[in-house]
Structure formats: C-alpha cells, structure tokens
Design a protein around this ligand. Structure first.
Ligand SMILES: [Zn+2]
Length: 264
C-alpha cells in the first residue's frame, strides 16, 4: 500500500481526468493522496475532491509562494476565512499547504516582504487550527528553519527537500518529515537526501502534474509513479520494498493523524 503525500489534483492539467487519476491510484495500490493547493480557488477544489473521494483523497489548503504576487486584494483574508470555516469538516483537511518561501519568485523587495507576510499568516493559521504544514523550501530551507520555531506546529512535511544536505539533521531532529518523488529514481542529489533521512522521517510524493526526466520523460505524472519511487528508496536504503512501503504508510498516519485503520 502506497502514499502520494503531495499532488496537485486541483491543477487544470488534471481537470476532467480526476476519475482516471483515482482509478490509476487504486490500480497501483496508492491508498492515500494529499491534494495540495496554490490559492483560494484551488483550496476550494482540493476540499471538493476530498469530499468526493473520501478516505482516498485528503486536502491540504493554503497559498503557495509562487502565487503571492498575483493574489487578488483580500484573497489572503478570504483564504484564511475559508480554511477556518471549512476545517469543521473533520478529517478532510489534514494540513496547511503548499506554503513556504521561494526567492526566485520574490526578486523585488516588496515581493519578498509579501511572501514572508503570507507565509507567516499561513503558519499562524496552522498553529491556530492545530494542523501540520506542507512546506516548499526551494532556496529557502535555511530561512524557513529560522522561522518555524516561532510557531507551535503539529508537524512539518518538507516537500521535495533538495538541500542543503547539512540542514537535514536539524530538520529530522525537530521531528519533521521529508517527502521525495520521482527524482529519487534518477537524481544523485535526491538519492543523497534519501540516504540521509531516517526511514521513520520519510514520505513519498509525485508533485503531479509536474513533469520529470529520466525514465519518466514524456510520461504524464500520476500516482502510478509511486511504486517506482518506493523501489528506488528501497535500493538507496537497502531495506526491502515492503518494509519501506509499510513504514511510509505509518509515517503518513503519524504525521497527519489520519487513516490509522489502514495500518491494521
Ligand atoms: Zn507542489
């Protein structure tokens, strides 16, 4: 049984293919997917998908750093209100995400400030609602590590963490988790990350519909990639595939506090 802890099911590229993606997940024994969001609109869609595919799809709602510069006026406020009101739908919203910082999308000073403001607002929301966060940390892991201790968070998932490697001990000692996707099959760097993350702190993801290279070139990204990702993790860590899959499912349940029944 496999886990896709980070996929953008609300992306327009999946659009009317959701039933097909759900069927592919089931065929490949992916028993749980976390539908991540980018803004208010995709937060609404992620939640709708979680309602429509109960037990298989869970929602992570929030504002992605790439979207901060295009936020409509009052969108931040409306998103916070929407998430706060919807959280009563117990068990469907399992995290605030995808949130974080990305300096490539904040070259101007005012953009950087705005990104920081939105991220801090999302962290406050996660603290208030007692939800874990799913964090985007490209070129910003060090800065994010400096910010997180200001908040009492239920848990942190560092999605597609790619470095610097020397931050990994600090991340795992905090009790945070790291999720890796298709690059673990073909990227030396991501294999190095996986080597340094204890299996008890690791999750798997596709980040679909993002496209990949290597054996995934020209293939649309779906949860069908997850078994190959688990196989690659198993090779890197020299632990059997079934043990890797089992531990990842347990990690999922521990971090997001759901689906404990899957483990029995
Ligand atoms: Zn993502």
């Amino acid at each position: 049984m496999f886990v896709d802890a980070h996929i953008h099911l609300s992306d327009s590229q999946y659009g009317d293919r959701i039933d097909e993606i759900v069927a592919i997940a089931k065929q490949n024994e992916v028993v749980v997917m976390v539908a991540n969001s980018m803004n208010l609109e995709t937060s609404k869609l992620s939640l709708k998908l979680a309602e429509e595919h109960q037990g298989l799809v869970y929602a992570a709602l929030g504002i992605h750093p790439w979207n901060v510069n295009q936020l409509a006026s009052s969108e931040l406020e409306l998103t916070v209100d929407f998430i706060s009101e919807s959280v009563a739908l117990k068990g469907k919203i399992i995290a605030i995400g995808e949130i974080g910082l990305d300096p490539q999308y904040a070259k101007r000073k005012e953009h950087k400030e705005q990104q920081g403001r939105v991220f801090n607002e999302m962290l406050q929301l996660a603290e208030r609602l007692a939800l874990p966060i799913i964090v985007h940390s490209r070129w910003s892991a060090q800065e994010i590590l400096g910010i997180l201790p200001s908040y009492g968070l239920e848990g942190v998932l560092w999605h597609w963490f790619s470095g610097p490697l020397d931050l990994l001990p600090r991340i795992t000692e905090r009790g945070d988790y790291v999720s890796e996707g298709p690059p673990v099959v073909f990227s030396d760097r991501i294999q190095e990350v996986v080597r340094h993350v204890p299996l008890e702190r690791l999750l798997t993801e596709t980040d679909g519909p993002v496209r990949y290279y290597g054996p995934f070139k020209d293939k649309p990204t779906t949860p069908a990639f997850i078994p190959e990702i688990v196989r690659a993790v198993s090779e890197v860590k020299k632990i059997t595939e079934s043990k890797v899959a089992e531990q990842i499912l347990r990690n999922f349940a521990d971090l997001f506090d759901v689906n404990k029944s899957l483990l029995s």
